[in-house]
Design a protein. Structure first.
Length: 118
C-alpha cells in the first residue's frame, strides 16, 4: 500500500484547506485510514480516522467540529477538510492506513505541511 498526501500550504487563521491522500497498491487490505500531525518540537498527534469501507469516523478533541474526514472510494482518495484553522494547527500532516482493527497504522504517506498564520 502506498499513500501520497497533498494539499498543504499557507493559510490565514480562520481559513480552510483540504488535504488529500491518494491510495494505491493492495487497497483491499486496508481496514481503516487516518490523519496525524506533528508540529515542530512536539510529538505526533492523532487528528482523525475512519473505516475505509465508510461510515465510522473519530476525531481528536483539538479538531472536533472543525475538521472532517471522508473518502472517495472510486478515486481511492481520503480527504481532510479543515475549517476555522488556527495557528496551533500548523504542522506536517500525515495520512496513514492500517490493515486490521487490532493492528497499528502500518502505512504512511510522506507528509504535507500546513502553516496557519495569525
Amino acid at each position: 500500500v502506498q499513500l501520497q498526501a497533498s494539499g498543504g500550504g499557507l493559510v490565514q487563521a480562520g481559513g480552510s484547506l483540504r488535504l488529500s491522500c491518494a491510495v494505491s497498491g493492495r487497497t483491499f487490505t486496508i481496514y481503516a485510514m487516518g490523519w496525524f500531525r506533528q508540529a515542530p518540537g512536539k510529538e505526533r498527534e492523532f487528528v482523525a480516522n475512519m473505516l475505509w469501507s465508510g461510515g465510522f469516523t473519530y476525531y481528536g478533541d483539538s479538531v472536533k467540529g472543525r475538521f472532517t474526514i471522508f473518502r472517495d472510494a472510486a478515486k481511492k482518495t481520503m480527504y481532510l477538510q479543515m475549517n476555522s484553522l488556527k495557528p496551533e494547527d500548523t504542522a506536517v500532516y500525515y495520512c496513514a492506513a492500517k490493515p486490521g482493527t487490532l493492528s497499528d497504522f502500518e502505512y504512511w504517506g510522506q507528509g504535507t505541511l500546513v502553516t496557519v498564520s495569525s
